[in-house]
Design a protein around this ligand. Structure first.
Ligand SMILES: [Zn+2]
Length: 297
């Protein structure tokens, strides 16, 4: 018998959900439920300088308002520091990772691709970052549910990458990989702004000897000016006065529904219908292929 499917939505509490993050939540929810699987929510709250007080509670309330009910308890990454530290220690002890004192300016001067400068300097943790060694010719291949066959050359794109930051916080790539393994995630469905991170996460999971999930990256939503909707460019918070209208727009955008399919349905009815209709091949691959008129959020 196949192992049960587990999906997840993993927002950072840097602000309320916007339309783009609702799309990612909804796509991961539909994919998990259509497989008869569980859907988990993980709050990626390990970067306090970027977080907004109260945002985690707001996000959870917004999910509930849109009928997106998760299984079990929400996992807060801020409770997981000991687990990340244990993995970092293990990688340092096995010689697969090393401490690095290089400044951000130095990395920028290298064009963002690390040159292995600190590999053999044998520095201590104190005040330094930690990098995971990427052996020569490390190319990661995977089949994305929506974007098709992918190939990422880690040596060319990043080189040895950060798993613990110089400011003392675990790096995003490490925390995500450790927690996807910890929660038994089988399907990672998220926005294509994270497609570039996937090679590093697969490499980390392989290095740790953990199972690699299936990945699917939905195209990011654009605003009317053609910019990605994100907190950085001040995408408006989701207007939750009419969740059914938001869901209808999102289902059109994801290729699940067509105009007229959803007239008069409640949030619960729409989700129930959408789970039965979910088809990964209908999800647009590129932002430009979605019907015009649904970006106006
Ligand atoms: Zn260095």
């Amino acid at each position: 018998m196949a192992t049960p499917s587990v999906g997840r939505f993993a927002p950072s509490p840097t602000g309320p959900l916007h339309f783009g993050s609702l799309l990612a939540a909804l796509a991961s929810y539909l994919d998990a439920r259509a497989r008869g699987g569980q859907w988990l929510v993980r709050m990626e709250d390990i970067d306090p300088p970027r977080e907004m007080p109260g945002a985690a509670a707001t996000i959870l309330r917004q999910l509930e308002q849109h009928g997106l009910e998760w299984d079990g308890d929400v996992l807060f990454q801020s409770t997981r520091f000991a687990a990340y530290e244990a993995v970092i220690d293990q990688l340092l002890a096995s010689g697969q990772a090393y401490c690095c004192s290089c400044s951000r300016q130095r990395i920028q001067s290298l064009g963002g691709v690390y040159d292995g400068h600190c590999r053999h300097r044998n520095m201590t943790r104190q005040g330094n970052g930690v990098r995971l060694m990427v052996p020569p010719a490390t190319t990661i291949e995977f089949d994305d549910l929506f974007q098709g066959s992918q190939q990422q050359d880690l040596n060319r794109d990043q080189g040895d990458f950060v798993i613990h930051r110089r400011d003392g916080l675990p790096a995003y790539q490490l925390a995500v990989s450790v927690d996807d393994a910890f929660q038994g995630i089988s399907h990672v469905i998220r926005g294509s702004d994270l497609l570039d991170s996937t090679g590093r996460q697969i490499f980390l999971l392989n290095t740790l000897g953990r199972k690699v999930p299936v990945y699917g990256h939905i195209p990011v939503a654009l605003n009317a000016g053609g910019q990605k909707l994100s907190k950085q460019n001040l995408a408006p918070s989701l207007d939750t006065r009419d969740p059914a209208d938001n869901l209808r727009t999102a289902l059109l955008w994801l290729g699940v529904a067509r105009e007229g399919d959803l007239a008069g349905l409640s949030v619960a009815q729409m989700l129930h219908w959408a789970v039965s209709q979910w088809d990964a091949t209908q999800v647009p691959r590129h932002p430009g292929t979605a019907a015009p008129g649904v970006y106006q959020h």
